[in-house]
Design a binder for this molecule. Structure first.
Ligand code: HAM
Length: 438
């Protein structure tokens, strides 16, 4: 194996220790936020039968046509796929376990998702989503709650002002309305068939709605003149969309209606929405979602309305870093040093006792001079160094050094020696005093 082959798969990244604290900070904020809105966690497998995604997401979508990591199980020939999104798998689990038989459900998941796209800033082949689904709710009130919930999260994460995080919404109507719109859209686009690019021509009769999403500037005039779905909405769809807008305005949430937003997955109806920022370049969609009322029935369940969204964690983390919003990772409280031999055993036992007392402890591992251990202790960010040398071993004591600059009111601003019985309490008191003067 050449040197070059020892790398991660293109578009799939390691999370290195230097970046882990901001991810942990994000995950802690997000789980609190989800709990506060009554959401429960569901974890589905990373691998599902391929047909779950084909059925759920739709055959004529970028994801199913060209982005899925699908493979045949060598041992039994089953057709499997690494999840390219959460929704289809979560709906499969809801149907399989009859999760909505007695009540609606608010569910969330978090984890890796796989799409074979061309990697670039903010776009990866393994990325991570926070995915949220509310099933069994039909009215626009839950649509509004979901959007308000996201507006709150941007504030919690301190990113609401970075690159103008903004909201776009649209209404895709119901099946009959979409069919009428689709028919007119095909007739309209057929008039320009010779001006369409290859992608658009291919989609003309399979998924013409996606042509409206094209980024090709040569098509922008044609797209601008195309019939809009909003003109085809019946009374009920219009009432749903109006109901959502009334609630958003009442909550003081700014939005724009983007009649060309179609989303890349086929299961949506009525409300769709995206939160977008300018701060991340071309991949600026932080979060996208919408209603999928026909989906659960399509997956074999009883007709049950639903709405949800997926959030790209890498993109949100990039904004958090830009805003400098994450708090620094808390270091361990104590770093324990020793002189090897029997003092190593003593240090090992002292470290365990301090952990019993509730302290976070890093024990020095390996042989090193006291000087070099003190340097490591300091660099660790710990508040205190606890030293177990020959003298301490002989007298059943430990020497404590305060590592962070503190003021004179600290119980041991520089250095003190404690009997082992008193050590845990002294360090806990010392930490309290330090946090009060900080
Ligand atoms: P989606 O719009 O395909 O929706 O993805 C949701 C979010 O995932 C995007 O807004 C973006 O932030 C992030 N994302 C997508 N592709 C990539 C990529 N290649 N690299 C990094 N981030 C990416 C869904 O997945 C739906 N299942 C959402 C949903 C849930 N709708 C209803 N319920």
């Amino acid at each position: 194996m050449g040197k070059k082959t020892l790398s991660s798969v293109r578009g799939m990244n390691d999370l290195l220790p230097a970046d882990a604290p901001v991810w942990e900070w994000f995950e802690a904020r997000v789980t609190d936020w989800l709990r506060s809105y009554g959401y429960q966690q569901i974890r589905t497998p990373v691998v599902e039968y391929t047909e779950i995604f084909v059925k759920g997401i739709g055959e004529v979508t970028d994801i199913v046509e060209k982005e899925m990591y699908s493979f045949e199980d060598r041992l039994n020939g089953e057709h499997l796929t690494l999840r390219p999104e959460f929704t289809a798998g979560v709906m499969r689990a809801i149907v399989e376990h009859s999760l909505t038989y007695d009540a609606p459900r608010r569910l969330w998941s978090m984890g890796p998702v796989f799409r074979h796209e061309r990697p670039q800033r903010g776009r990866y082949r393994q990325f991570h989503q926070v995915n949220v689904e509310a099933v069994g709710f039909a009215g626009p009130d839950i649509d509004a709650e979901m959007i308000a919930m996201l507006a709150r999260l941007w504030k919690i994460l301190g990113i609401e002002c970075v690159g103008r995080v903004r909201l776009e919404i649209n209404c895709l109507g119901q099946t009959e309305e979409r069919l009428r719109h689709r028919g007119d859209l095909i007739s309209y686009l057929t008039r320009f068939e010779d001006q369409l690019d290859a992608d658009a021509r291919r989609r003309l009769h399979t998924n013409p709605l996606r042509i409206l999403d094209s980024k090709n500037p040569a098509l922008s005039d044609i797209i601008a003149g195309a019939p809009r779905i909003t003109e085809y909405l019946g009374e009920a769809s219009r009432a749903h969309f109006d109901g959502l807008q009334v609630l958003l305005r009442a909550a003081g949430i700014e939005f724009t209606v983007n009649p060309r937003m179609v989303r890349g997955l086929d299961y949506y109806n009525l409300t769709v929405f995206e939160w977008i920022t300018d701060a991340l370049g071309a991949q600026g969609t932080l979060c996208g979602g919408g209603r999928y009322d026909p989906l659960i029935e399509r997956m074999g369940g009883k007709p049950t309305p639903g709405i949800g969204f997926g959030m790209g964690i890498e993109r949100v983390i990039e904004l958090i870093k830009e805003a400098g919003a994450a708090e620094a990772c808390p270091a361990a409280d104590v770093y324990v040093l020793h002189q090897g031999g029997p003092t190593r055993t003593q240090a090992f036992l002292v470290a365990e006792r301090l952990r019993d007392a509730g302290l976070d402890v890093v024990l020095h591992a390996g042989e090193a001079s006291m000087k070099s251990q003190m340097k490591k202790a300091d660099a660790s960010g710990a508040q205190f160094a606890v030293i177990i040398g020959e003298t301490e071993l002989a007298s059943g004591t430990a020497t404590v050094k305060a590592l962070r600059a503190g003021d004179a009111s600290q119980p041991f601003a520089r250095q003190a020696t404690f009997a082992l019985d008193a050590l845990g309490d002294a360090l806990v008191d010392g930490l309290v005093a330090t946090s009060e003067t900080a």
